[in-house]
Design a protein around this ligand. Sequence first.
Ligand code: AQP
Length: 325
Amino acid sequence: MKNRIFSGIQPSGDIHIGNYIGAIRNWAQMMDDYECIFCIVDYHAMAGKYDPKILQQRIMEAATVNIACGLDPDRCAFFVQSHVIEHTELTWMFNCVTPIGELQRMTQFKDKSKHQNQNINVGLLDYPVLMAADILIYKAEIVPVGEDQIQHIELCREIARKFNATFGETFPEPQAHLGKHKRIMGLDGKNKMSKSLNNYIGVLDTDDEIWKKLKSAFTDENRIKKTDPGNPDICNIYSLHDALSEADTISEVNQDCRKGRIGCVDCKKKLHQSLSFHLTPIRDKADFLFNNPDKVQEILKQGAMKSKKIAEETMREVRIKTGFR
Ligand code: AQP
């Protein structure tokens, strides 16, 4: 029996290389060793600014990019959250064991409340409870995520503990699984790479678009002249090399930067080459799938059928334990 993992991604805009390096690439590498369930979490996207007219298009884009990045429907279940309605039923059960104070202290809730201060809705506060239901409805033991989600996974463990203590042992306490590159910084060098901050490189950006973004990207601010020795440890361009370039390029850039033998522009050019090498096959596969949306829809349908069986079984057990026969 393989351990089960669950993870999700929102269809809330372009998928960026932070999502790819911090999450999707790890998911694709875990498919042989775990029983994998991956999900487009469309209900989560509703808590932010979203346009119902293009929601389905966003879902298809997110699904297409994830498959192009390596999710293989033969080795994982991949589906849309709202197609397995049990997620929301379990959320209600979990709402009733979750202290409101725990939700109010979540960093992401505080940050997002600042960014969308005209729309601080209950969904924004309740987001981590829906996330706990997404994970626990499959009794997943491992959740591969980026660092920004660690606090939510801790809360998920607490919700599992509270539910088990109230209604009897039902759920495991899942562990977060972080890859080597758990927090990719945005091109501003100050904040996490993020759609809403528009500081990202999209997985589907063209080479020209990527170069335009890289040209103005933040580097080691202490380096004034090209010949000044730089410090790769504090340079965001170097961290992106570390996440994406070949080993010999990483070590060459590291040494040349410290000795002032390579300037920031040339370092960015090398990164641009690595990005192009890495993203071209993904873009090609995505192009093929955009022209064959029925293939993507079929994958999502099969994934929902597989996942729904597990979700229904968990809900049967939960309804009995909570007195809703
Ligand atoms: N910058 C990042 N570095 C590492 N991992 C990241 N993830 C997101 N940004 C980074 C991981 O990607 C997975 C899916 O994330 P999501 O769908 O919840 O998207 P998000 O975190 O909401 O992405 P954004 O771009 O930051 O969206 P907005 O701006 O709308 O809030 C998760 O595992 C996440 O950790």
